[in-house]
Design a protein around this ligand. Sequence first.
Ligand SMILES: O=C(O)[C@@H](CO)OP(=O)(O)O
Length: 217
Amino acid sequence: MGTLILVRHGQSTYNAENRFTGWVDVPLTDQGVAEAKEAAKAIEADGLRPDVLVTSVLERAITTAELMLHELERPWLPVLRSWRLNERHYGALQGLNKAETAARYGDEQVKLWRRSFDVRPPETDVEAQRLLHADERYRMLPLALVPRTEALCDVIDRVLPYYYDVIVPLLWDGHTVLVSAHGNSLRGLVKVLRDLDDDEVVSLEIANGEPLVFRVP
Ligand SMILES: O=C(O)[C@@H](CO)OP(=O)(O)O
């Protein structure tokens, strides 16, 4: 039996500024750094010792994991990274303030964009998609796989192949796998692991730096 530890990165600068983040690559705040260290203490207190690290390709998740491993005195762990674990792409909302967007479009609409299973935020234009594709991290992808917006259902579609093809075999081999990722990529995974239906997932919230532990037979 393997152990899966899911951690959402510590607070980022955009979290602190209440901005839609998505694939924008922002760093942690001082509070985020402290949350990452606390996350490591929590898993240590549970007697858990990760032996493989898996992260998205976004800095806030990578830094959170590095801080955690340093705290756990295991900075040497083997690491795997994938764009498939990135945050949900927030489309044209990326960078906007969430409160200002709610004042403009209404709380209900913003809640649908933020938490529904299948409502996509407005998409970015083709030029923004091309710019993202030019980023070294995403250049190897076919352009069609570089998102212009995503709903949670789209995130699940991209996360699951990585989960089943890469993470599950590690768990079957008995590893303790630490996954450092994002609010919505982890909401998608937790929906599947807990078998939540499309309505239940609306109220699922994942806090910064709070580890979630699953035993996978
Ligand atoms: O902005 C984002 O990308 C996410 C996570 O920070 O926000 P939300 O809480 O709306 O899912």
